[in-house]
Design a protein around this ligand. Structure first.
Ligand SMILES: Nc1ncnc2c1ncn2[C@@H]1O[C@H](COP(=O)(O)OP(=O)(O)OP(=O)(O)O)[C@@H](O)[C@H]1O
Length: 323
């Protein structure tokens, strides 16, 4: 991936206590504080209905917040929205208009919407970068789903935003196209665009993001550098397949987070903290077993993924709320 974001510069977007209660009483955003750094790719992860689209809508002027403040590029978005708006792009989840337009006209029009002068060379560059150049004269309705998504990205890129929201950019696209989209997103970041993307795909956050925010039921549960999350919450699991079943846990392993399973045929380790300690423990346990003459046919080791972390964070949050 490309160079790291500039963590010293002032935030490009700052949300402070952002709250949205929809008519009817549903709290979709609950005092969200978030600061986005210039040049980063920030992934907002959350299950259905977590509030991701509402957050994007609030920043893009589509949803009226019930409370809190939002600042982008140093402008207050409630009072000074127009000044910041032209620098913010949005790729929504679905294409709602333009179906009878040609690709070229739809993308050019999008540039005009933001008050920018026509620039054929820029439109050509955007279309070429998204492999849409050959389709420029086709009506959007005639394109495949994946190509329609590219048109959405082209429309957002046509007005050269500094901050780009991608609302589930790869939902429902095949693996090949998803990887291609990731390359496009990375290329945008390389041009200096700050990107906030929402996704259900943990793999996407793991692959793309510098930082990850986990949101559920309108509350931002955690925001951190992706690597720091993995380190802080990462776990190692190891399964030793024993050649002979053990009736009880050997005393020498008393200090390790281990248990016997499968009628004593398997010794399971669950521990570590993502800093490599888990792997060290596993190597030490292997040595201790060998020294004690306890044979094992194999060890299956796996480190937790962002997905495991995400699932356990949501479980904890639901338990806390139920308590
Ligand atoms: N216009 C609306 N009126 C009332 N409730 C709404 C409205 N829009 C969204 N909601 C509710 O607000 C909550 C958050 O919705 P939102 O679309 O922001 O979630 P999301 O995280 O984007 O979900 P998804 O991943 O399914 O797109 C949901 O419970 C949703 O039903």
């Amino acid at each position: 991936m490309t160079s790291a974001p500039d963590t010293n510069s002032e935030p490009i977007l700052e949300l402070d206590g952002l709250t949205k209660v929809y008519p009817g009483g549903l709290t979709a955003l609950d005092h969200v504080d978030l600061s986005i750094r210039r040049g980063e790719i920030f992934a907002l992860l959350g299950p259905n209905g977590a509030g991701k689209t509402t957050l994007i809508g609030a920043v893009c002027g589509l949803v009226r917040p019930s409370g809190g403040t939002m600042r982008a590029f140093g402008h207050d978005l409630s009072s000074d929205w127009r000044k910041a708006r032209s620098r913010i792009g949005l790729v929504p989840q679905e294409l709602s208009t333009d179906m009878f337009e040609t690709v070229w006209r739809a993308v050019s029009y999008s540039r005009g919407l933001f008050g920018l002068a026509p620039d054929k060379a820029r439109i050509e560059e955007v279309l070429r970068s998204l492999s849409l150049w050959d389709k420029r004269d086709e009506q959007i309705r005639a394109l495949s789903g994946g190509m329609k998504r590219r048109v959405l990205i082209a429309k957002a890129m046509a007005h050269e935003p500094d901050l780009l929201f991608l609302d589930e950019p790869t939902a429902g696209v095949d693996v090949e196209l998803r990887k291609d989209m990731w390359r496009q997103i990375d290329a945008m970041r390389a041009r200096g665009v700050t990107i906030i993307l929402t996704t259900h795909y943990i793999e996407e956050a793991e692959e793309m993001a510098d930082r990850v925010g986990i949101i559920d039921k309108g509350r931002l549960l955690m925001v951190d550098d992706k690597d720091a999350i993995m380190k802080r919450l990462g776990r190692t699991e190891a399964y030793f397949t024993l050649s002979e079943p053990l009736a009880e846990m050997p005393a020498m392993l008393a200090d390790y987070p281990v248990e016997l399973a499968n009628g004593g045929r398997e010794l399971c380790y669950r521990g570590g903290d993502g800093t490599g300690k888990g792997k060290e423990d596993v190597a030490e346990i292997a040595k201790l077993l060998t020294r004690a003459g306890i044979d094992f046919a194999g060890i299956d080791v796996r480190d937790s993924t962002l997905e495991d972390i995400f699932v356990s964070l949501l479980e904890n949050d639901h338990q806390e709320r139920a308590a």
